[in-house]
Each structure stands twice: as C-alpha cells, then as structure tokens.
Design a protein around this ligand. Sequence first.
Ligand SMILES: [Zn+2]
Length: 199
Amino acid sequence: MPSPVAHSIIGLSTVLGWLIPAGQTPRSLLAAAWNYRLALLGAVLLANMPDIDYLIGIPLGNLNVGHHLHVHSIGWVFLVAIAAWIILRRRYPGSALGLFVLLILLIGGHLLADVLTADCSYPRGMMLFWPFSDSFFYWPDVTVFPNLSKDSFANLFSLHNFRAVLFEALVTLPLLVLVLLRKCLQCPPNAEVDRENSG
Ligand SMILES: [Zn+2]
C-alpha cells in the first residue's frame, strides 16, 4: 500500500475535482479551495480511513500485523460511506446521491491505490471482496506504487521508504495539478447555459 502522502493527494484530487465549479482563475481557485477547507480535511481523513488498522500493529512495532484485513474491503467502504453520508447529508450542497457517490470514490480510491501497490509481506494483498469472500486479492502484474517497509519502526524511516514516498508524490501530484488546471480551462457552468440559450 502507498503511504498517507499518496492517499491524501488522491483524496484531495477527487474532492476538488468534484466540488469546485469550472471556470476558475488561479486566484478564485485558491479562494474556492479555502472555502472548502473543511471538506478537504474530511477528504484526507476518509481517503486514509482504511489504514485505521495500523492501530493494531503500532503497539507491536510491526504495522503489517492486522493490516489489509476486513477494513480493506468493499464491505468496509460501503459501511463507512453510509455512516459518513448520514452525518454529512444535511451539510452537503448537492444531491444526496451525489454525496454518496463522492464518499464511495473517496474511500474506494484508497483500495484502488492499494491494489496498484507492490506487497512484499505475507499474506499478500487484501480482503478486497469481504463480506463475499475472505480470500486475499493481490494483482502483482499491475503495480504502480512501490512497497513500503513497515515490519519495524526502524524500517519505517528507512531510505527505501523515503524514496518510495518521493515516487508516490511524483506520480500523484501531477494528478492534482491536472484536476486544478482543468477547473481553470473549462467554461463556467453559466457560460454553457448562455451558449445553449443563444442557439
Ligand atoms: Zn491501505
């Protein structure tokens, strides 16, 4: 699995792409992002939510213990999305269905990033299809992110992990930049309506 750096950037890209209207200037983009600062903070938390299972391994000094089990599954994604939807639905400005889709994308995006990560610890992969199956799903042919060493606190701060996190940032930051650029290059919603009205 990638580090919180990749998960956070993917989560921020998702929620910025979803919430911020098109037709921004660089300055208005910053103002819009500031207006959505609580949503962005929530997006980072939700995008990292499945890694709550690290709490099992922290006292044991090995973050692999208890990792990639039930909370890295489609069942967990739906449970957290439903709980978050109940809490947020009255504050969300868009449709109830839209909020649910956004939550699924945010939390499910974590599992997708994990699927695309090399896993060198046994059992490889995660219980992706729980509650339908307890089997571990691993797809070694399609890996984007490198493995992180997490079997001791010393390895956690190793040069290998520093390089791996740097690589994650190089892969995911362009995604964030593309999302923001698109917001500046698209027509604002009103302009599209005006064009339709003018024939
Ligand atoms: Zn994970």
